[in-house]
Each structure stands twice: as C-alpha cells, then as structure tokens.
Design a protein around this ligand. Structure first.
Ligand code: SF4
Ligand code: SF4
Length: 133
C-alpha cells in the first residue's frame, strides 16, 4: 500500500489566516454610528413653546401610546390644559400620525433612536424640548 500526503487538504484550513488582514464587514458600534436616513422616525421631540396641550396627538394614537400629563415644567400661555404628551415606547409603532395632526407642528420625530434600559419605566418617554423655528 502506498501512502501519499494530501498537501492541499492539509494546508487549506490555514487559508482562514487571511481573515486577519481583511477589513471587518461590520461597524464597531457604538464607537461608529451609521448615519440615519433622511426622515428617519426615532424619538419624539416637542417644542414646548408651541405645544398648546390640545391632546390631538393622544386622540389620534391608535396604540394608546400617548398620555397627557402634568409636569413641573413651565408651559406657554397658549397651553390651556397645562399638560404635555408622554410617549409609551412599549406601545408606539412610530407611525407618526401624532406628529401629522399636531396643530402647531410642535411634535416631531428625530433621528435619535437608542434607548437601552432594564427598567420598564424608562420606556415612558418625555419628548425632549427641541425647537424647530
Ligand atoms: S404635541 Fe401637538 S397635538 Fe400634542 S398636545 Fe401638543 S400641540 Fe397638541
Ligand atoms: S408615532 Fe404613532 S403609535 Fe407612536 S405615539 Fe405617535 S401616533 Fe402613537
């Protein structure tokens, strides 16, 4: 019986060493963030100088994700109810209907979307007060 060495079969597993010199196929998040698409629907923002506390956003939300609540913030004189919307991100599907119906256009969706927490209460989210004018 004649023995032969399978050179190709022996060396082929070593070809994986070439992977050390390849560029990674993933991005090193969170050090590097991928730019979000224009019009991306992330967290809500609410320009409190314009919000009139009308609750139209709450009324239109099909997921019951919005509660109108009182906080210790100072509201503008046009806000008759002295309440502002709080979003439940356990329910929200980012359909953006609430921003579409907002009469003064104070409620918006921004491109920030990262919210990691082990506390369920952290998903009851007060929109950041961000102006758009
Ligand atoms: S965010 Fe807009 S729709 Fe909601 S209460 Fe304020 S003004 Fe009304
Ligand atoms: S984006 Fe849609 S689901 Fe989320 S709070 Fe607004 S209306 Fe409700």
């Amino acid at each position: 019986m004649k023995w032969s060495v399978d050179i190709k079969g022996t060396l082929s597993p070593l070809s994986i060493l070439g992977a050390f010199f390849q560029k990674p196929n993933t991005i090193p998040y969170p050090a590097v963030k991928k730019e979000t698409a224009k019009g991306y629907r992330g967290f809500h923002t609410n320009f409190l100088a314009d919000c009139i506390g009308c609750a139209s956003c709450q009324d239109v939300c099909m997921n019951n994700a919005i509660d109108m609540i009182k906080t210790d913030k100072e509201y503008n004189a046009k806000n008759a109810s002295q309440c502002i919307p709080r979003i439940d991100y356990g329910r929200c599907c980012w359909c953006s209907l609430c921003t579409d119906v907002c009469p003064p256009d104070s409620l918006k969706l921004e491109d920030d979307y990262m919210n990691v927490s082990k506390h369920a209460s952290d998903f009851l989210y007060m929109p950041k007060n961000k102006g758009q004018r």
